[in-house]
Design a protein around this ligand. Structure first.
Ligand code: BG6
Length: 510
């Protein structure tokens, strides 16, 4: 186990939902796993007027997100955790000077001997990131002469290429790039990290991982929920910004990248950037028309329950043209992937919640058995990111009897079969990495910009293009019919079920 140095975690936006829902439970898991350093405190900071006690009640004692975890634990054990959590009211605004905050940080540092190492976690609206970084610098809270300082930044990182660049430049005035950790919680998922291991620690996959053997790559990210209570945020964002630019392009980069020299953060991140830069940017309207589809869910009934359409959701403009479904076809311009189409889709209000990658292998060059063949019969490698995490290989076997009839069989691995292994939650893993100064699973400035460079023209086309369509799909189905046209020449999307081995077309109807 790597040693974690003594330190303090300062969370900006601490009275917000993310802190109670994800961050404190992640730190609590680290506490239980004895992964926290000996001298460690959390200081929540935000604009709400709360005392330490009130904050502890909110994020620990009365938190619905910790309820199950703490119910069977001894009181003094829980208190041992809660007593490390403090709160500082910043007043009405984040744009204030941080002398009070500095005093509090100094006092906690002295009292708990946390040694001047500090992580600042920015869980505020993105418009405040630069302001907070500047205020920290003005108060001398970014200097590294008495312990390191790191900045974790939540998504969204920018709204477009230009805003992401501006944000990078803004933050770089006060923090150096190695101090900045841009979080993408998909990289904290074991199954996403396992993409690297599947590819680079098995000699059976990597030799086939190229245009000679792969016909196309399909990625589905489906959620059954709608926009929930986040209509206001989502309506300004949409599926492409919310999921595709970050989480899905991160997955794409791990599939596309060349083998890194080793497992050092910069070696991996250099290859990921190269991969993102090799995505063919779609610039002409014809390509954008043919290769992109956007849609919105409309009111429907799911399991007998009426479900609102997107435009009826709270916080959403009734005339909104924000997409809740995005499907994109694209190519990768490099030696390995020349001519191989990638199909990636993400959406809300689908029949089920599932994220998976499907590598579709080509039909054998010379077919001896007439039953093997395109689509249903070709080899597929299904990498299930969530749920029912695992890997499924579809391959041909002979049907017993006369002749050579070929049928598909499954070879599967499930994470759940690793009964003894504790799988860390994404935020837990990522926080621990940042505490130990390991940025492998965080996005670098150039990585984020390369992703925006690919996404920007699509957003621009959707906003300003001629004859751009917004399709509708009934809440609870696999998107608009037209989405199949994107993948037409190769068959159909694999509409996965809850279980990894469910065959396409499966959906839960009761
Ligand atoms: C977030 C998006 O980044 O990821 C949400 O903002 C989305 O809209 C969520 O619901 C999905 O995360 P997960 O881990 O549940 O797939």
């Amino acid at each position: 186990m790597k040693k974690t140095e003594n330190q303090m975690l300062v969370i900006f936006g601490a009275s917000g939902d993310l802190t109670a829902r994800k961050l404190i439970p992640a730190i609590f898991n680290l506490y239980v796993a004895r992964q926290l350093p000996e001298n460690f405190v959390v200081l929540g900071a935000s604009r709400s007027d709360l005392s330490d006690e009130q904050f502890r009640n909110r994020v620990v004692y009365e938190s619905p997100y910790l309820k199950e975890k703490i119910e069977d634990l001894k009181e003094n054990y829980i208190q041992g955790f809660a007593d490390r959590i403090f709160y500082e009211d910043l007043g009405g605004t984040y744009d204030t000077e941080y002398t009070g905050l500095r005093k509090r940080v100094e006092a906690l540092k002295e009292e708990f001997d946390t040694s001047g190492n500090i992580i600042y976690y920015l869980s505020t609206p993105p418009t405040l990131y630069e302001t907070i970084a500047q205020n920290l610098a003005d108060a001398g809270l970014n200097t590294q002469n008495n312990g390191w300082k790191r900045l974790i930044v939540e998504k969204p990182f920018g709204y477009s290429l230009e805003t992401a660049r501006n944000l990078n430049n803004g933050l770089h005035q006060y923090f150096d790039e190695p101090q900045i950790y841009r979080i993408d919680h998909y990289l904290g998922k074991e199954t996403v990290q396992n993409l690297l291991v599947t590819r680079f620690s098995n000699s059976i996959f990597e030799p086939l991982w190229n245009r000679n053997y792969i016909r196309h790559v399909e990625i589905t990210n489906a959620e059954s929920v709608g926009v929930e209570k986040r209509g206001g945020y989502y309506d300004k964002s949409g599926a492409l910004r919310d999921m595709f630019q970050n989480h899905l392009l991160q997955i794409v980069s791990l599939i596309v990248m060349e083998p890194p020299i080793g497992d050092q953060p910069e070696e991996i991140r250099n290859e990921k950037v190269k991969a993102l830069k090799s995505l063919r940017i779609m610039e002409d309207e014809e390509t954008l028309w043919n290769h992109t589809i956007r849609a919105q869910y409309v009111a429907s009934e799911i399991n007998g329950q009426k479900v609102k359409g997107y435009r009826e959701e709270d916080g959403v403009d009734p005339n909104s043209t924000t997409e809740t479904y995005a499907a994109i076809k694209f190519y990768v311009d490099n030696w390995r992937w020349h001519g191989v189409p990638f199909y990636v889709r993400t959406a809300k209000r689908m029949p089920t919640k599932v994220t998976e990658v499907v590598i579709h292998f080509k039909t054998p060059h010379h077919q001896i058995f007439k039953d093997s063949g395109v689509n249903s019969k070709d080899n597929k490698l299904v990498i299930r990111i969530q749920p029912d995490e695992g890997i499924l290989m579809k391959f041909g076997v002979k049907v017993p009897g006369q002749g050579f009839k070929v049928e598909r069989a499954n070879l599967d691995f499930y994470y759940s079969s690793l009964a003894q292994t504790y799988v860390m939650e994404a935020y837990e893993r990522l926080l621990l990495d940042a505490m130990q100064g390991d940025a492998t699973l965080y996005a670098r400035a150039d990585e984020v910009e390369a992703a925006w460079e690919f996404v920007d023209p699509i957003l621009d086309y959707w906003k300003n293009g001629k004859d751009v369509r917004m399709y509708g799909y009934a809440a609870g189905v696999w998107g608009p019919e037209n989405a199949d046209e994107l993948i037409d020449d190769l068959g159909y999307w694999r509409n996965p079920g809850q279980d990894l081995a469910d065959d396409p077309g499966y959906c839960v109807i009761c």
